[in-house]
Design a protein around this ligand. Structure first.
Ligand code: GLV
Length: 318
């Protein structure tokens, strides 16, 4: 069996390939592991592809793949990417990473942001910068019961974030295309009803043709006045101009954005200096190499035994 690894960065590819080689014996897998970058020759020996954001040429260069293991949660770079059209075979099984340590990081990220807003820590940060001692202000204080958390998207990661907030005693609402029963989380079937009750909206839906600009003027307007937005999914879910308008008009109290329509966020973009926007550079849920490798090889071992694996992309979904 021959595995081929590809990412946009040769050093990262080499690191992943080395981790795979070292872990193979633990899964009783005998395989050689190659590395591929744009410009290298085609390799018809490759049985399985593994990696993140491979170049569209990766697939024609490896015509005999039996599956591709995506070393991340999002599949938009493969399935919602015009450059892949005619290159990524329509019947190639794609297996995404499921949590593998991302859920904890994303949950911590969201909890950090929510608690920071709730207790108004930015006020004390700016007071310290001015050397000012400001008193606690009851009028500005928010309570847990005012911070109803709405999690949009209840896949592996959304479920984890929702469960953690529920475990912390917050009121948590969930919405997704399919009804999901999660303990402590109230599923709200209509998007409009869900948005209208979400004081904090956390986006964890995939970026597909049907979720493009899901948050735009009309849907942002459905959120309660004073709502906060946390986007840790993909920038394409939000119409950025409409978001700035909703913040400037005072309808939204703040936005914490980890993902953007264009990454890196271009210099001079409104978000950099906007007083109500917190920008982080797509760090809310990085792939952790070791758990990712373990999970992918565990699934590969199952595939080789003819057993079902979870995390298989639904290629028919819009
Ligand atoms: C990161 O953005 C991922 O999709 O894993």
């Amino acid at each position: 069996m021959h595995l081929v690894v590809s990412t946009p960065d040769a050093a990262e590819t080499a690191q992943m390939a080395a981790a795979l080689r070292a872990a193979l014996p633990r899964f009783d897998l005998q395989a050689t592991v190659g590395e591929w970058q744009e410009g290298l020759p085609a390799d018809p020996r490759a049985d399985y592809g593994i990696g993140w954001k491979p170049s569209p040429d990766f697939f024609p260069a490896h015509p005999n793949l039996k599956a591709f293991f995506n070393a991340g949660a999002g599949l938009d770079h493969l399935l919602n990417n015009p450059a892949m059209t005619g290159r990524l075979p329509g019947d190639l099984p794609i297996i995404r990473l499921e949590d593998a340590g991302m859920g904890q990081q994303m949950s911590d990220y969201c909890r950090h942001q929510v608690l920071d807003w709730m207790y108004g820590f930015s006020r004390y940060r700016s007071a310290q910068a001015r050397g000012a001692w400001v008193d606690w202000d009851e009028a500005q204080a928010l309570t847990r019961s005012q911070m109803t958390i709405g999690v949009l998207g209840l896949g592996v990661l959304g479920r984890r974030v929702a469960q953690d907030f529920a475990g912390d005693g917050f009121t948590v609402l969930g919405h997704a295309r399919q009804v999901r029963a999660i303990e402590g989380v109230r599923f709200v079937p209509r998007l409009g009803d869900f948005l209208a009750q979400s004081r904090v909206l956390i986006l964890l839906v995939p970026s597909t043709a049907s979720t493009h600009h899901l948050l735009r003027a009309e849907t942002l307007a459905l959120l309660p006045r004073g709502a906060f937005l946390i986007n840790i999914a993909r920038g394409a879910l939000v119409n950025e101009g409409d978001l700035v308008a909703a913040l400037d008009q005072g309808h939204l109290a703040g936005a914490c954005l980890d993902v953007f329509g264009q990454e890196p966020l271009p210099p001079g973009h409104r978000f950099w200096q906007h007083p109500k926007v917190r920008v982080t550079p797509h760090i809310s849920g990085p792939t952790l190499l070791q758990p990712a490798v373990e999970q992918m090889l565990g699934k590969l071992a199952r595939l080789r035994q003819g057993l079902p694996v979870s995390g298989l992309a639904d290629r028919s979904a819009p």
